[in-house]
Design a protein around this ligand. Structure first.
Ligand code: ES4
Ligand code: ZN
Length: 326
């Protein structure tokens, strides 16, 4: 018998999850049919065969293409609910959930339809399963800063629309500092602020996210390991890093899971958390990532508990809810 704990039974918070990245091929085909959108693949199997990526940008190309099946608020609700069903089965208790408004507004889908649908899914999970959540609007860093400014102004003008802002998409060549004004407006309005930094680009992007954007967490951040002084600072400041092991392997940021630095980062005193990023594309949900670390790296029960506790502490769940989750 296996004396090790059932990792799905460990209560978890997930801090790095793109809702569009939870679109499984089966649902993509169902929504394509419902909405009369043509997917350039003959079958679910053929679509799944495309999930073999060279790097971040080759992934993003497919990710933005398949989001075309998401048209109305009911589609976003179905997507969000399907994710929460899967994650709940793996112990999810709280999620700070990302969405990419520009992936939809550029196709003529209104921001309100996206937010209404996602919120409906989140609200149902809160009522039916007690899963709490916050909603984080991410700006696509490879699109004009002016678009992000318009979005942040819309968010600030409608308190409660979103709980925070983030920064994602193609990283290299699009440094955090470009979005200084966007993030200043978000912070001034009391919104939470996070940014992807140090996924493919180097430690200087992580420093910029901290110094120019004033982020509360760094998404990915694993390239900090190339700069010992930065690691020391992140440890000292207890800055949470939302690490995504399966994502790093599938996007070839890390060779294989057995080479993943997440446990070395934990040993170095970094506040690391484990997350699934785009689970439909990268081979699994948050519990699957924990299990992968156990199989490939010998993650112990104590380490799993530490990682899960870090995520609760670093989450944007309120203080009362965080206490409840401990
Ligand atoms: C993303 Cl893994 C990753 N990196 C940057 N942007 C993204 N958007 C969705 N997944
Ligand atoms: Zn991400």
């Amino acid at each position: 018998a296996d004396a090790r704990k059932d990792l799905d039974a460990l209560p978890k918070a997930e801090l790095h999850l793109h809702v569009e990245g939870t679109l499984e091929p089966e649902l993509a085909f169902e929504l394509a049919e419902r909405n009369g959108v043509d997917l350039p693949y003959a079958s679910v199997e053929e679509l799944r065969r495309q999930y073999d990526f060279e790097d971040l940008s080759s992934f993003l190309e497919l990710y933005y293409a398949t989001t075309a099946v998401l048209r109305g608020s009911a589609d976003f609700e179905a997507l969000t609910s399907a994710y929460l069903d899967r994650a709940a089965a793996q112990g999810l208790r709280h999620v700070d959930l990302f969405f990419d408004p520009q992936a939809h507004t550029v196709r003529g889908v209104p921001l309100t339809a996206v937010v209404e649908g996602v919120r409906a899914g989140l609200d149902a999970a809160r009522e039916e399963r007690g899963i709490t959540s916050t909603l984080i609007m991410c700006f696509l860093r490879d699109r004009p800063v002016a678009e992000a400014l318009e979005l942040v102004d819309a968010a600030v003008a409608q308190p409660g629309l979103v709980d925070g802002v983030g920064l994602d998409s193609a990283e290299v060549g699009h440094p955090p500092g470009l979005f200084e004004e966007v993030f200043a407006r978000a912070r001034a309005a009391g919104l939470h602020v996070v940014a992807h930094a140090g996924e493919e680009a180097g430690p200087e992007y992580v420093r910029e996210a901290l110094d120019v954007l004033g982020v509360e967490r760094v998404d990915h951040g694993i390239q900090c390991l190339r700069d010992p002084a930065l690691v020391e600072r992140l440890v000292r400041e207890r800055m949470p890093l939302t690490v995504c092991p399966f994502s790093n392997v599938r996007l070839r940021v890390v060779g294989e899971l057995a080479d993943h630095p997440v446990l070395r980062m934990l040993e170095a005193g970094l506040v690391v958390t484990v997350n699934s990023d785009d689970p439909a594309y990268f081979g699994g949900y948050v519990g699957d990532n924990f299990r992968g670390l156990r199989e490939a790296l010998g993650l112990t029960d104590a380490q799993a508990e530490t990682l899960a506790r870090h995520a609760v502490d670093a989450s944007f769940a309120g203080p009362g809810r965080r206490r409840e989750l401990h």
